[in-house]
Design a protein around this ligand. Structure first.
Ligand code: CU
Length: 561
């Protein structure tokens, strides 16, 4: 304990000259019994006894020190989703990418360095599937609290989670072993409450009591593992004003489509007849893969309304409504105001195309596999199914260790085919390997993600660590160079997780101004576990302030198990 206090003091001295305040949080991860559905005593891994976990609240530019102590039975890591962590990948969190798991009965002091982020982000475990229960909000207020580019009266945070009936580490360990489908979640929850559409949950739905005429800011976080969601409130229009820690042009809509990993800041005014209205998350299912098709309901109720009154239901797009999902996403634009300008790269020096596929691997000899037709589920980027090493790529990179990863991730798909057409004649196996993309400091990068029709095609929420990016284009089918002239380079949304449409493409741009080792992956957990991942290593610049900081002394050890 003395060691950690000592480190905290040193860190304070180091950071006191930086902009913003330094805040301290203690996170203790432990197995804790919680009541859910009809179970009253199953233990799950949570932080500080809370589900969802504790909120971090800071101002733009602050530095947050979180002392993470793991008292659970297996190693975990924690990621600060959407925080760029400029020059400091050491606290970013993905296991075997920037660190090894924090072992049982030990601590790791993580430093979260806020810079440009403003709005709503979140934190979550980034080891096996433990993020199902280890997650919580990061609320980043403007430097001057009143300086929002919109007006509201009251704010609430809404965390959508996915609940599993068994230990999520067992679920994914068994699925990867057998090659079959992992268990589906059994419920969706709003701030930990499944709501009245589930057994044993009547009377405990999450509710917001509102006052006629007031405007509410809802900070919505999709922490679920495997399903995109529609969201709406009966009879009430929504105005989306922010996403992934950056402002948007106000977008009026009756519903949202939000992917795992994304956050949305939404205004809603209580301007209807006083009463009770359901707020509903309902899954968007655009795949033939198995899905949890339940909904979860909270209640938006006017002060003084009769609590025995049955709430009204919103009309949300049907589960399979791909066009309504796409029509919402395509309307998102960044605020691009004088105070919050867009700086879209227009001098692209590195152009990368990445196919995003669901694959099948042949079953190893003398083994029975439970994937499709006796194969094993797999997934890939540019036909490489990512295999994590047993020590962290960041530590290997920083210390020049050889043999941990290869630097030959290709800038183009290895095979050209009709990606979104009839692929039935093609083999579905990918190469299993640990390949990273090397990127020079300050390059202006464009990545074109190309969905493919291999395996069970679907929407993939692609997430990049260390950066937000501008989504300059998106569409159905195969990408064509002729689409470049239609890009939005004026006010594209600036986000960290983008839904790549099923059998479609999307193009993102960013300036590689943050040196380090940054994970890039599908935020559907089953795809990430099957290998739909890669790593960007952005090199140091020449100047002193353009290099990765040295590691902290308490990095969790990498021991080969
Ligand atoms: Cu995916």
């Amino acid at each position: 304990m003395v060691t950690f206090l000592g480190l905290a003091v040193t860190a304070t001295l180091l950071f006191c000259m930086a902009q913003g305040e330094v805040l301290f949080y203690d996170f203790v991860v432990n197995e804790t019994p919680i009541e859910m559905l009809c179970e009253t005593n199953r233990s799950v891994m949570i932080v500080n006894g809370l589900f969802p976990g504790p909120e971090i609240r800071a101002h733009k530019g602050d530095t947050i020190h979180v002392n993470v102590t793991n008292l659970g039975p297996y190693g975990i890591t924690i990621h600060w989703h959407g925080v760029r962590q400029i020059r400091y990948p050491w606290s970013d969190g993905p296991e075997y990418i920037t660190q090894c798991p924090i072992p049982t009965n030990s601590s790791f002091l993580q430093k979260i360095k806020l810079t440009e982020e403003e709005g709503t982000l979140w934190w979550h475990a980034h080891s096996d599937w433990s993020r199902a229960t280890i997650h919580g909000p990061i609320i980043i207020l403007p430097v001057n609290d009143t300086n929002y580019p919109y007006e509201f009266d009251v704010q609430h945070t809404i965390v959508l989670s996915e609940w599993y009936a068994r230990d999520t580490k067992d679920i994914i360990d068994e699925a990867l072993e057998s090659g079959g489908d992992p268990d589906l979640s059994v419920a969706y929850t709003i701030n930990g409450q499944p709501g009245d559409s589930y057994p044993c949950s009547n009377g405990s739905a999450y509710n917001i009591t509102v006052v006629q005429g007031k405007t509410y800011l809802l900070r919505i976080i999709h922490s679920g593992l495997n399903e995109e969601m529609f969201f709406g409130i009966a009879e009430h229009n929504l105005t989306v004003v922010g996403m992934d820690g950056a402002y948007l042009k106000p977008l009026n809509t009756e519903y949202l489509m939000i992917s795992p990993g994304q956050t949305m800041d939404v205004l809603v005014t209580a301007n209807q007849t006083p009463g009770r209205y359901y707020m509903v998350f309902s899954p968007f299912v655009d795949t033939t893969a198995p899905s949890n098709e339940n909904v979860t309901r909270g209640i938006f109720q006017y002060s003084g309304s009769n609590s025995s009154e049955t709430p009204l239901l919103p009309e949300l797009p049907g589960f399979t409504n791909k066009s309504d999902a796409g029509n919402f996403t395509i309307q998102l634009k960044s605020l691009n105001s004088e105070e919050h300008p867009s700086t879209v790269p227009t001098n692209i020096t590195r152009n990368i195309t990445i196919t995003v596929s669901v694959n099948q691997q042949p079953c190893p000899a003398n083994q029975t596999c439970s994937g499709p037709d006796g194969s094993m589920h797999s997934a890939s980027l540019n036909n490489i199914s990512f295999s994590a090493p047993s020590i962290s790529i960041l530590q290997a990179y920083y210390n020049n260790l050889q043999g941990v990863y290869n630097t030959t991730f290709p800038d183009e798909p290895p095979f050209v085919f009709d990606y979104t057409g009839n692929v039935s004649a093609l083999g579905e196996a990918a190469n299993v390997s640990t390949e990273v993309l090397m990127i020079n400091y300050n390059e202006e990068v464009e990545i074109r993600f190309q969905g493919t029709n291999l395996g069970a095609a679907e929407n993939h929420p692609m997430h990049l660590h260390g950066y937000s990016f501008y989504v300059v284009g998106m569409g159905d089918g195969n990408f064509s160079d002729s689409y470049v002239s239609d890009y939005n380079t004026v006010d594209p949304p600036y986000i960290n997780t983008v839904g790549l449409p099923k059998n479609g493409w999307t193009a993102i741009r960013f300036k590689a101004d943050n040196p380090g080792v940054w994970f890039m992956h599908c935020h559907l957990e089953r795809h990430a576990s099957w290998g739909m991942d890669t790593v960007l290593i952005v090199g140091d610049g020449k100047k002193r302030h353009q290099k990765v900081h040295p590691p902290p002394r308490d990095m969790p050890p990498c021991t080969v198990s």
